[in-house]
Design a binder for this molecule. Structure first.
Ligand code: NAG
Ligand code: NAG
Ligand code: NAG
Ligand code: NAG
Length: 237
């Protein structure tokens, strides 16, 4: 009884401390907060979730704080993700998810006007270091900036944020890198996922059967953790 009371107290304490943000001195003029900007802009929930789950948001924030090159971010809105073939994201390995997100990040600040003079291909944050992996190209006409990856062509639709150090541009489509979504070339085909070695050479990223399975598994996992949480709750009542 004592033990369980102790555990109960511990649980309460734990919940309490989890609910309390760590005390911080107010730092209103701190580094730019990408999460805050995108949340405020709205319509970027999927991209935000990817930025967080891949921890790329931390990397960008660190980069903004520590380099004077700045950062340029192409942000596809939720409806751009919604038009992807079903299962496109689920099909990716964790590593490929990181690469997909990093493909939307350029490791320097580029204003709309500067796009007119950059030389293709542009280096993105994806791939290892400076070896030109995961490039994308831009073409401009006046202030119109088109982006092409070799898989998708899209346009900068909107300037969400710019301050000379960070630029966030809305693009109408998710930038799918050729390295992941292009035709698998013999030399640099994407690493096959387990169980998908029979994937045809079609570049279709959605293997619906496996996708359905994985999302079903996800649901079951969620349901299972809910049951466990509920059971813990009942136990302590
Ligand atoms: C950034 O803004 C978000 C949403 O407003 C907030 O939850 C988060 O704590 C902020 N992060 C930093 C480092 O200020
Ligand atoms: C930002 O940079 C300063 C100076 O380089 C460093 O002291 C600080 O810890 C950095 N903050 C973050 C959040 O990276
Ligand atoms: C940009 O894309 C649009 C739509 O595909 C096209 O009409 C326009 O000519 C392109 N502009 C440039 C500069 O590539
Ligand atoms: C990007 O531009 C480079 C240099 O002009 C060119 O070699 C390459 O084929 C272009 N790639 C795409 C996908 O447009």
């Amino acid at each position: 009884m004592k033990t369980s009371l102790f555990s109960f107290t511990l649980l309460l304490t734990l919940q309490y401390s989890l609910a309390q943000p760590p005390a911080q001195s107010p730092a209103p003029s701190g580094p730019t907060n990408i999460t805050g900007i995108l949340e405020k802009a709205g319509q970027f929930n999927t991209f935000l979730r990817l930025l967080k789950s891949t921890q790329e948001v931390d990397q960008i924030n660190t980069q903004l704080n520590n380099s004077n090159q700045g950062v340029t971010l192409f942000a596809p809105p939720d409806n751009a993700f919604a038009t992807l073939k079903s299962g496109t994201l689920n099909f990716l390995t964790d590593q490929q998810k990181v690469e997909l997100v990093q493909f939307h990040v350029l490791p320097s600040f580029i204003s709309i006007a500067q796009f007119q003079t950059v030389s293709n291909p542009l280096r993105t944050q994806a791939g290892n270091a400076n070896n030109g992996q995961f490039p994308l190209n831009v073409t401009t006409s006046g202030t119109q900036v088109n982006v092409t990856t070799g898989v998708v062509d899209t346009t900068v639709a909107n300037i969400i944020y710019t301050d000379g150090n960070l630029a966030i541009y809305q693009v109408n489509k998710v930038l799918l890198p050729l390295e992941i979504f292009g035709d698998p070339a013999p030399a640099n085909a994407p690493k096959p996922q387990k169980g998908s070695s029979t994937r045809s050479s079609a570049d279709s990223p959605s293997d619906d059967s496996s996708d359905d399975t994985s999302s079903a598994t996800g649901l079951i996992k969620q349901a299972a953790s809910f049951v466990v949480l509920a059971a813990i709750g009942i136990f302590y009542l």
